[in-house]
Design a protein around this ligand. Sequence first.
Ligand code: ZN
Length: 391
Amino acid sequence: MLKATKIRLYPTAEQRGFLNRQFGAVRFCYNTGLRIMSHRYKRHGQSLSAKHDLKKLLPVAKKSRKYGWLKEADSIALQQACINLDHAFQRFFDAKQKAGYPRFKSKRGKQSSCHCVGVKVGNDWIKVPKVGLIRAKVHRKIEGKLTSITLTRTGTGKHYASLLFDAEQAVPEPIQCVEANKILGLDMGLSHLSVDSMGRKVANPRFLKEAQKNLRRKQKALSRTKKGSARRAKARRLVAKAHERVANTRNDFQHKLSRQIVDDNQAVIVETLHIRNMMKNRKLAKHIGDASWHALVTKLAYKAEQAGKRLVKLDPWYPSSKTCHACWHKMDAMPLNIRSWECPSCHTHHDRDINAAINIKHQGIIQLKAEGLSVSAHGGSRKSGMSPVAA
Ligand SMILES: [Zn+2]
C-alpha cells in the first residue's frame, strides 16, 4: 500500500538557491517539451511520445553549450518532467477526462520537482541528489520504503516535500458484508457542504468568501503596481499568502471531516456532480470552488480504501433531489430555490437535501448489492428490493 505524507522543509540559503535553479531546469524541460510537441502536432499532425522521444533529447541537450547548465540538476527530475508532460497529453487525448490542452508552467506560483533515486528521509532531514541533507520537520514516523520525494515551493516561498512510501502492508480486503445502518449517503450542496442520510448538516465553511474581500483588495493593489517593480513583487507575495491560508484551512477541515465519516461508517455513498456544467454558471462556480467537493471526495476515497471500506460514486443523472424517498414518486422538476416540499403522492414532508441524501444511500445500497456485497437489513433501508426508476 502506498502512502503519502507532506512535510515542511527548511533549506539553507545556499540550498534554496540550488532548488530554485532545479525548479527552473524542470520547468524548462517541461515547457520546451511542450513547445516541441505542439509544433510537431500543429505543423505536421505528428504526435510524439514525451516519455520516449523527449527523454532521448535530454542527454543531447546537456552536451550542448547552450543547455549545458541542465547537468547541474538531478537528471531523474528532468526525466520526470517529460513523464509528467506525457501524462498531461494523455489526459488531454482521453475523451473521458475532458482535460484541456497542456499549459506552460509559469515561473510564478508553485514550483515542483520529483526525485525517486538516491532519496532518503531521517528524523529531521531529507536527502535528495545534488543538494544533500535538507532540514525538515518530520511530524510522523515513516514506516516502509521511501519510493519518491516531490519537492515544492509555494507562491509564498515555503518549501515542502511530499514523501511517497510503500507501507509494506497489504491494502486491507474491502469489506464484503455491510450493515445498512453503517452506510451513509452524502448530498453535497451549495447551502451546506454536505448533508447526510441521518439528517446531519455540515455547514459550508466559506473561507474563501470571508477572505475574498481581503483578497480582492490585495489583488487590486497588485494591479496598480508597476510591472517589474519591488512593490509589485511584494503585492504578489501578499496575494499568494492570502490564497495559501485559505487552501490550508480548507484542507485541514476536509481531512478532519473525511476522517470522521470514514471512521464512523462501513460504506459512503456520494453523488458525482455535474461540476463542469455548473461551472458555466459563474455565480454558482464561486460557491463550488469554495466548497470544493471534488477535493473532499478524493480524501474520502483514499481514506476509505486504506480502511477497507467502500466509497460508491453515483452517476450524476440519478434524480436524488426529485424523488420522494418514502414512495419513489418522482417530481418533474425541483428548482434549486425549493428547500422543502411535500410529496403529492404520500404527503411526506421533505427537507430537500436530507431527502436527496437518503435517496443517495438507497441507490448506493442497490449498487453495492449489484457488486455482490451483502447488506444486512437491520436499522436498514426500507423496500430494499425495490428500486426507483432512474431516468
Ligand atoms: Zn412520497
